[in-house]
Design a protein around this ligand. Sequence first.
Ligand code: RIB
Ligand code: CA
Length: 312
Amino acid sequence: MVIDTDPGVDDALALLLAATAPELEVPAVLTVGGNVPLAQATGNARRILPVAWGGGALPALHVGRAGGTETAEQVHGSDGLGWATTLLRPDGEPRYPPTTPLSPLPAVEALAALARRHPGEITLITLGPLTNVAAAARLDPEGSRQLRAIVVMGGAFRETGNVSPLAEFNIYVDPEAAQTVCEAGVPLEWISLEVTHHCLLLSQHVNDLPDTPRAHFVRDIVGISFAFHENVYGARACFPHDAVAVARVIWPELFRSEPRRVDVETASPLCLGQTVADFRPPVLHRKTPPNGTVCVDWEPEEFLTHFLARLP
Ligand code: RIB
Ligand code: CA
């Protein structure tokens, strides 16, 4: 498993889930600009990994590309972690210092090299804009096609968008990259907003977590996301979008997906970043064969039970 991330509060929750999942090996984490600019996202990844992986060996951390100009600081805070980066320990030191070392190998080259070195074995989970993935597909098309699959947290097919009426944030930030990935020849397993909008992490869930360093971290980062959600939807909660994408790999039995062709709108100012899935009967697909799957049903309550059990 390789995780490409723009942390981001829900990215942090996803990394907590991935870190302790016995079902997964995570040899590498890649950073991409998205929720916050690349430098901040990378600093946040350097802070999150030691908390997520505890005392264990950390994944290699590779710095990626800038993504785009659109950010989501209103959801994640100006630091991308609900201002947890400003918290101090009693001795005055930062509670969550950016201590994870950075690999000298950039994310794009690292992804292409890992795919080529482990043909058919690596599933990439993308939690942010697809800028790194598109760059790797351009750098080494044949090597990138050795990825087993790409689980994409992104898109909105028959659900409204979040960053615009039709577009989901990760795709909207870099729609050209998303379309490049749609044409890269790697099966895409979409976890879109119609999936993730069916699951809410409530403040009560977080308050009820036991007294562990990971649970303290969760409580320290979610406040801004809860406040944003309360302002928009009237409840102190947040969508754990990215954790659902990781869950797609840990507990595939909770998800039902269909083979579909997906493309991305890259030209229309009104519909920029819209993800279009061909839901017509397969016999009409002769010009647009599926390039992956779209999740059309899942078990959000079962996911939440598993997720809350593993979070602390
Ligand atoms: O639209 C939700 C997605 O965009 C999540 O991955 C969130 O972290 C942001 O990156
Ligand atoms: Ca994200």
